[in-house]
Ligand binder design. Structure first.
Ligand code: M6R
Length: 608
């Protein structure tokens, strides 16, 4: 949830670390700081607030250093204050470190250290590690880090420096992401590739408990059992433009508008419109196991969980195979009926979500086969799963997930098509579906053209305190997703409901101040949804309807109508979610909210 960047090399470390922190700010942004070596002296600077302030502070000081570690924080232990901001130092000021993750036994460790006379200056769990490293230090930082961590229970990504070895950064991880990168006479450590992409595309992924050592001469890696290991250098394939705003006011808007391309990328080489079929190379060898498994689960969190709900409905409706969806955070605590004959799909944009990783571990412990549907190449989930499919959405920077959702649903649609054909779906039906999918990018473009109209509607409803989103069938998860988007970035309370459930409770909330977003495509439940809209209007609720292009009847009932092209239930969720993404975006802008970095949230939730 926080961001880590470290640099050692021939250039001034400070601008590199500052730029890296700026690129990581979407991961956590309540405070930040940097520790750097000036000969054998440690310099520490921290601010509450954004990296820009830290940048200003450092610019005034004109400091120069060839070794530095920096951090942007999402508070877990203790509020976002100066003293709780990272880096944290040992009492003697010799050790400085930055940490992502949570140390679960920090209280016991802290109490023990206090009993021994140690004085802490923050409320964080991280400071305990600085103390332990300091105590364990006898001239070799990597040994001290290893020894310190042997007392620690929890998750960490760490970068550590010590004044006695000023030309060294030691880094390690367990359950939180960390990479090293290699440049020309300069070396980097970061919690996310985005931080260092302008300097290097040659990346080393650290595995759990491995230790990396960066010096001006290069990087070396040791296994969890302290053996030197040769790590593969991976070439990053995405470009800098993909992590920049490219003229858009916000990353979220850029990502919403990139969906015609990202959906195409998710399908490229996988959709077979000539035969009405699909091919997913990463899991092709597992298709038989998926079909014949005793149980199939999707596990995920947040928006990815909404995609999973759509996947479940499609699996059951088209492939006629049962499947369950479970919140990853609940999965391991509810004794799931998972065994060696089960297939568990973990769905995640970041591939680093701690709850999803924990669910994967649980499924593996129960000997299930775990497959991933993931965006970030080389992420922990991609590596922890037996096989999987990348959604190829490219880096998603806006905290509110948009393009990853539509790409996840695209991949789930392809998988459903593949399974459905094997389960007896006719070629004619397969052709109809695959041709509709092929037209998705064009149809998404068409929907995006209503952005200005949606922006106008947003102005009318930006002051609302509550919103209700209604949808049926595959559009119920879309309603949930629309409500989540609005909550996340505009802080308006919003709920998604299956439309017919409205009369079983939420109808009590409806009055003239309640906007209702009704997803009302011309499918088999159209007349029922129209009745729901009538019920809302009878109680003076205001309705924004999402209807099928050409539907004029709905215009007489709803206050506003947004249109999507006619769609099959295979493609409807993707088309219908786009106006909802735009609506939440424009409402948030209208309310003056920080769209890309909404309060209290972070892009990837790497703590349980
Ligand atoms: O990276 P993941 O897909 O595993 O993340 C899961 C959720 O944390 C994420 O979808 C979250 O709900 C987003 N902020 C949604 O916009």
């Amino acid at each position: 949830m926080c961001g880590i960047v470290g640099y050692i090399g021939k250039n001034n470390a400070i601008p590199v670390v500052i730029q890296g922190l700026q690129r990581l700010e979407y991961r956590g942004y309540d405070s930040c700081g940097i520790a750097m070596m000036d000969s054998e002296k440690m310099i520490l600077e921290k601010v509450t607030g954004k990296v820009e302030e830290l940048q200003g502070l450092l610019a005034r000081q004109k400091t120069n250093s060839s070794v530095a570690i920096g951090h942007t924080r999402w508070a877990t232990h203790g509020p976002p204050t100066f003293s709780n901001a990272h880096p944290h130092t040992s009492q003697d000021g010799k050790v400085a470190l930055v940490h992502n993750g949570i140390i679960e036994n920090y209280k016991v460790l802290r109490d023990g250290l206090i009993n021994d006379g140690y004085e802490f200056s923050s409320e964080t769990d991280t400071e305990v590690i600085a103390a332990l490293v300091s105590q364990a230090y006898h001239g070799n930082l990597e040994h001290a880090v290893r020894e310190a961590l042997s007392h620690v229970v929890g998750a960490y990504g760490l970068a550590v420096i010590h004044t006695d070895e000023p030309e060294k950064i030691v880094c390690t991880r367990k359950g939180a992401p960390l990479i090293m990168a290699v440049g020309e006479d300069e070396f980097f450590v970061a919690s996310d590739v985005a931080a260092i992409l302008s300097y290097s595309k040659d990346v080393i992924y650290l595995d759990n408990e491995e230790i990396g050592i960066l010096t001006p001469d290069g990087v070396t890696t040791y296994s969890g059992s302290d053996e030197p290991i040769d790590k593969k250098i991976h070439k990053i394939t995405f470009n800098l433009e993909e992590i920049e705003k490219g003229g858009y006011e916000h990353f979220m808007l850029k990502e919403i508008f990139s969906q015609p391309q990202t959906i195409y990328d998710a399908m490229r080489g996988r959709l077979l419109p000539e035969t009405g079929d699909a091919f997913l190379g990463g899991i092709d060898h597992m298709i038989g196991s998926i079909l014949h498994a005793d149980q199939r689960y999707f596990t995920a969190c947040g928006t990815s969980w909404h995609a999973a709900l759509i996947g479940e409905m499609m699996f059951e409706q088209f492939a006629r195979i049962p499947c369950e969806v479970e919140y990853a955070s609940e999965f391991r605590y509810r004794e799931p009926l998972v065994d060696a004959k089960s297939i568990v799909f973990a769905i995640s944009q970041s591939g680093e979500t701690a709850d999803t990783l924990a669910a994967i571990q649980e499924a593996k412990t129960r000997e299930a086969t775990v497959l991933g549907i993931c965006n970030v190449v080389g992420s922990s989930i991609a590596r922890e799963t037996e096989a999987g499919v990348y959604i190829h959405a490219g880096p998603e920077i806006g905290v509110a997930s948009t393009k990853a959702f539509t790409s996840q649903v695209t991949v789930l649609s392809l998988l459903t098509l593949k399974l459905a054909r094997l389960m007896g779906m006719s070629k004619t039906d397969g052709l109809e579906i695959s041709q509709a999918m092929q037209k998705l990018p064009e149809n998404v473009e068409w929907v995006l053209k209503q952005a200005d109209q949606i922006a106008e509607i947003a102005k009318l409803y930006a002051d609302a305190a509550n919103f209700l989103y209604l949808g049926r069938g595959v559009n119920f998860p879309v309603a949930l997703e629309g409500a989540l988007k609005l909550k996340e970035i505009s802080y308006i309370h919003a709920e998604g409901y299956p439309a017919a459930e409205m009369k079983h409770g939420p109808i009590a909330l409806i009055d003239k101040s309640m906007p209702i977003v009704a997803i009302a495509p011309q499918d088999k439940t159209y007349d029922k949804i129209i009745s729901n809209i009538e019920e809302v209007k009878a109680r003076h609720g205001r309705v924004i309807a999402l209807a099928t292009e050409g539907d004029t009847r709905i215009k007489d009932i709803a206050d506003h109508v947004l249109y999507v092209p006619p769609a099959l239930s295979f493609t409807a969720p993707i088309l219908n979610v786009i106006p909802l993404q735009l609506l939440s975006y424009y409402v948030a802008v209208e309310r003056g909210c920080d769209v890309d970095q909404p309060r209290n949230l972070a892009k990837s939730v790497t703590v349980e």
